[in-house]
Design a protein around this ligand. Structure first.
Ligand SMILES: Cc1cc2nc3c(=O)[nH]c(=O)nc-3n(C[C@H](O)[C@H](O)[C@H](O)COP(=O)(O)OP(=O)(O)OC[C@H]3O[C@@H](n4cnc5c(N)ncnc54)[C@H](O)[C@@H]3O)c2cc1C
Length: 349
């Protein structure tokens, strides 16, 4: 967006998009955002699988189905996430942004009068760039030394443990969700005859199993009603990967720099909207820079949105009453007092 609007824009990414990434399901609302960004045709070239709905085993033993046929936005999608992110990067390049991959942002230094010196490393080479405006989009766990948040809240210790399975063919493009005493699972069919299976639990609850996480994961998987049958007989072809999946909110110092995506606020994967929210917040960040808007009003809007998200998260987790005394579920039934009690002035530094 910035490059298309005529701004000299540099986009720096540490990876080369070779490794698998977390987050594979695109919520139906993304259909609107992808059109808005002008990337719909390129998105279709990634051959995403149309997703027709969600089958969940949550709060009861039987499976309940939610069909996207009732969504005003149409169907959702299951993606090869690395390919999707690479496609967005290529579109930015075609729009005129200078793109560097395999390039790690290592530090940031304010130079006064609203300008920045940013240092990068690519292999043994170090490079510097001077810029007037900065958007931090480094995700939920990354840190960019020199870019300090006045406040950053981490609201839980949720972690996602994932494994991919090679399938003979896919029988369904529905997302499966199943709750268990220690957390919840999802499974999704992905392009390339792959199914991803992910277990979401609190990181302290797997501490005792870290020595043999493989065995622990397989054991928990075998206890599921719907997830294990979806990959029965399939070949496990990836090692286990552990991702941070915690919900978090960052206070962003308005005039000096801004943040987008998980670097600004991150959501429980259960809401299934992390990617589309990240796209939205990238669009908002670009618009703020283009309009040179001061941000207190936006900060209030973000706080309001995140408070509503926390209330919705608590309501959804409360519908699972079978293991209410287990730490995983008990923690999520508590109101998040720290967040809602923070005075707004402190959040708009
Ligand atoms: C297990 C799990 C499952 C999920 N499932 C879904 C789902 O099904 N649907 C959904 O919508 N959301 C899902 N999410 C959430 C979703 O993945 C995130 O909300 C989304 O990826 C946020 O995008 P982002 O661009 O802000 O951050 P990221 O996707 O984390 O991207 C950050 C980028 O910054 C780069 N980077 C980091 N530090 C530096 C640095 N110093 N220099 C240069 N580059 C850097 C990284 O390499 C990366 O490319 C899931 C999350 C988890 C953990």
């Amino acid at each position: 967006m910035l490059a298309r609007a005529g701004c000299r824009t540099a986009l720096v990414e540490r990876s080369g998009y070779q490794s698998p990434r977390a987050g594979e399901m695109l919520a139906p609302r993304a259909n609107v955002v992808l059109h808005q960004l002008g990337v719909w045709e390129d998105f279709q070239q990634c051959a995403p699988i149309p997703a027709t709905g969600i089958d969940s085993c949550w709060g009861a033993d039987e499976v309940r189905s939610t069909d996207f046929i009732f969504s005003p936005y149409g169907n959702g999608w299951h993606l090869n996430r690395s390919q999707f992110d690479l496609m967005l990067m290529e579109k930015a390049r075609q729009s005129g942004a200078a793109v560097s991959t395999g390039c790690l942002g290592t530090s940031v230094e304010g130079e006064g009068a609203g300008s920045w010196k940013v240092e990068f490393r690519a292999g043994n080479r170090v490079a510097r760039m001077h810029t007037e405006r900065l958007i931090n989009a480094t995700g939920r766990t990354s840190r960019l030394p020199g870019l300090d948040y006045p406040k950053r809240l981490l609201l839980d210790g949720l972690a996602g443990i994932s494994r991919s399975f090679r399938m003979k063919s896919h029988t369904s493009a529905r997302t499966l969700i199943e709750s268990r005493p220690e957390g919840w699972w999802y499974a999704a069919a992905l392009p390339g005859d792959t199914t991803i299976v992910v277990f979401l639990t609190d990181s302290d609850l797997i501490d005792c199993a870290r020595k043999d996480l493989d065995k622990w994961f397989s054991q928990r998987l075998s206890e599921t009603r719907t997830i294990q049958p979806a990959v029965r007989g399939a070949h496990e072809y990836s090692p286990l990967r552990v991702h941070s999946a915690s919900s978090g909110f960052a206070v962003i110092p308005s005039a000096r720099w801004t943040a987008a995506g998980d670097a600004a606020q991150s959501y429980d994967p259960l809401c299934g909207e992390g990617i589309v929210n990240a796209l939205d917040s990238g669009i908002n960040a670009a618009q703020s820079l283009l309009n040179d808007r001061s941000q207190p009003a936006e900060a209030a809007q973000r706080i309001d949105q995140f408070t509503r998200y926390l209330e919705a998260r608590r309501a959804v987790y409360s519908t699972e009453g079978r293991w209410a005394s287990h730490p995983f579920w008990k923690r999520r039934s508590q109101p998040v007092r720290e967040f809602s009690m923070l005075p707004i002035e402190r959040l708009t530094v």
